[in-house]
Design a protein around this ligand. Structure first.
Ligand code: ZN
Length: 393
């Protein structure tokens, strides 16, 4: 109840502040009167007596019946306890808002984030099966959310005892079948995503923008100085490259190839730092497109468009990380060869100690033209053991 009263005063205070923005001014009469009436009525609250004992000497089961309501100024909730001798325990939750009931009926994912979070929290505590609709005039929480004067509270039967149907053993309550339009306003809209393949021009533009951002982050002083046609500091890492900033704002190598007939991109490659994610990605791409090429190959490929500071080290480091290359570099298991026979390692004249080989049969094509036919042949070879001499027939 206090919520309602407080918000009423709060509203007055705001309207008063809007009129007089500066300094401390006496409270207007309307507010003063309202405040005095409220103070006087507070003493009435002493006359409210609530019998507290809810225990029973018999074996009793209980039912909790909760009512809730919200207005623009306050939220209100009230819970009543009903006791029975033979009845299963149950939890009842009532609201007069069909919108809220429609929200609670569905899974939170159907609603926008704000509503979804609250629906999820409520459903965790009280499932939808326990929620029911109550008409606004029978909802005691309504008095709390709207706010009433203390003198009204003393004789407020709805608040003190709840709606009349609480005295009946069974509730004849239901749930709305239709979903109000207001509830659907909070429905989560499914965003349609359009998937399309990026064109070569778009990809190139994206690459240049990424390079530009990296250059601005990594070489801010150089980019700023070169943009206003000033020379870069002597200690700059880029000094030896004679860099310049092109019309697109990209930092490029000056070099000595101005008079060369090669393309501008190759003459003046884009400068990129040694340690950067973008650099690693460019190296990985070059390494893969060159079928896991060596450091030299990859560097030559990259330098057609980019100049990496300490490029050789950067490329070598990145290639070392390549799993496939690492697998191919690893040594395979080899078998130790046995000892050679004594005849092969003792000195002797040629062809004194020999070994023979007879591979075959070998298909030999004999004759010419119409007489052409195939014959099987044998090949014999004689190898001297103690020298490199070899005889074949
Ligand atoms: Zn590789």
């Amino acid at each position: 109840m206090n919520f309602g009263l407080r918000s009423m005063f709060h509203q007055n205070a705001i309207s008063y502040q809007k009129d007089d923005l500066i300094g401390y001014i006496e409270v207007p009469d309307s507010v003063k009167e309202e405040w005095s009436r409220y103070r006087e009525e507070l003493s009435v609250l002493e006359s409210i007596k609530i019998p507290r004992c809810i225990k029973s000497i018999h074996e009793t089961s209980y039912e909790l019946v909760g009512f809730s309501d919200a207005s623009e100024t306050a939220c209100g909730a009230v819970v009543y306890l009903r006791s029975f001798i033979t009845k299963p325990e149950k939890l009842w939750a009532f609201t007069d808002s069909t919108v809220v009931l429609a929200w609670l009926k569905e899974h939170p994912k159907h609603w926008n984030t704000y509503v979804a979070n609250r629906v999820s929290a409520i459903q965790d505590i009280i499932p939808y099966e326990n929620w029911f609709h109550v008409p606004g005039i029978e909802n005691p929480a309504d008095s709390a959310s709207r706010g009433i004067q203390p003198s009204e509270l003393v004789t407020h039967a709805l608040w003190c005892q709840g709606p009349k149907f609480l005295l009946e053993e069974e509730f004849n309550c239901g749930k709305p079948n239709s979903v109000p339009e207001e509830a659907l306003k909070e429905q989560r809209k499914r965003v349609k995503r359009n998937f399309a393949v990026l064109s070569a021009v778009e990809l190139q533009q994206a690459l240049l923008i990424s390079v530009k951002l990296v250059q601005q982050n990594e070489f801010p002083a150089e980019v700023t100085l070169l943009k206003i046609q000033k020379s870069i500091p002597v200690k700059s890492r880029l000094r030896s490259l004679n860099p310049f900033v092109d019309e697109a704002g990209l930092l490029r190598v000056g070099g000595r190839l101005e008079k060369s007939k090669i393309s501008d991109g190759r003459k003046h490659p884009l400068i990129i730092p040694r340690h950067h994610v973008l650099t690693n990605l460019i190296i990985n791409y070059a390494h893969e497109i060159n079928l896991h090429g060596s450091c030299k190959v990859v560097l030559a490929y990259i330098q057609r468009q980019f100049w990496i500071l300490n490029g050789r080290d950067a490329v070598r480091r990145q290639i070392r990380k390549c799993v496939r290359c690492c697998r191919f570099r690893s040594e395979t298991a080899t078998q130790m060869l046995g000892n050679l026979p004594s005849v092969q390692v003792s000195p002797a004249r040629s062809f004194v100690k020999v070994g023979t080989d007879l591979p075959g049969p070998i298909i030999l094509r004999m004759g010419k033209g119409g007489n052409q036919h195939d014959n099987a042949g044998l090949h014999s070879s004689l190898e001297a053991f103690c020298s490199k001499m070899w005889y074949s027939e």
